[in-house]
Design a protein around this ligand. Structure first.
Ligand SMILES: [Zn+2]
Length: 229
């Protein structure tokens, strides 16, 4: 099963991706992380990506598509796509790529958060550079200040979390990403203006209303109500 997780920057998408991944036992694949890994590698492609990301611009569709399909082919049990598709062209590409591989149409979960809440959250976001776990100094601070709970690595801020870049990303998200929910049959809006555990509960409840998902996972013995965080 493919689950698409949508939300503007600062919507808590990374935290929900981790919770859903633990719940369903499928990997969460963030295109942002894939792109940053390419940048960190210092390859010519990475250098090209770096200047695009620093300017808050989107990476060309064809390039992102290539990276995602590579992941799709390696994830036989399904996966959570975090941050993809980001344009209508990518959405159509993904639908065709899944159909070509006889994979069921994905469930699209979108976190809806007000701009003011996002602005308040962004200055507080920290990420573990090693295991990619995301913390918020306000909502879910690490147990030891500045260090990851899971692997004890020093936490960092993302280079694309500066205020100017964030404002550009919010505008781009509204223009490009919001219209693509309509491309998917199972599109679930979730209220992201609440605590992470409540957002996660709402996601589980919403997915329990999707008949195809319920029938598939009843056979696998997975029930939304049997899960705790
Ligand atoms: Zn870590």
């Amino acid at each position: 099963m493919i689950l698409l997780l949508f939300g503007p920057p600062g919507s808590g998408k990374g935290t929900q991706a981790r919770l859903i991944s633990q719940w369903l036992g499928i990997p969460s694949v963030s295109t942002g992380d894939l792109l940053r890994a390419e940048v960190a590698s210092g390859s010519p492609l990475g250098q090209q990506l770096e200047s695009l990301l620093a300017a808050g611009q989107y990476v060309p569709d064809a390039l992102v598509n290539q990276i995602v399909i590579h992941q799709l082919e390696r994830s036989t049990n399904g996966m959570i796509l975090d941050g993809y598709p980001r344009t209508e062209e990518q959405a159509e590409f993904l639908k065709k790529a899944l159909a070509d591989r006889n994979i069921r149409e994905p469930i699209a979960v979108h976190l809806e958060v007000s701009d003011t809440a996002i602005v308040a959250r962004l200055g507080a976001r920290r990420v573990c550079p090693k295991c990619r776990r995301v913390f918020s100094l306000v909502q879910n601070p690490p147990k030891q200040a500045g260090f990851c709970d899971d692997c004890d690595t020093q936490l960092t801020t993302r280079t694309d979390d500066t205020p100017e870049t964030v404002l550009q990303r919010l505008r781009t998200y509204a223009e490009l990403t919001a219209p693509i929910f309509a491309h998917f049959h199972n599109s679930l809006p979730i209220n992201g203006n609440q605590k992470p555990e409540n957002v996660f509960y709402e996601i589980q409840e919403a997915m329990a209303q999707v008949p195809e998902w319920v029938s598939q996972n009843t056979r696998l013995g997975i029930s939304p109500t049997s899960c705790t965080t």
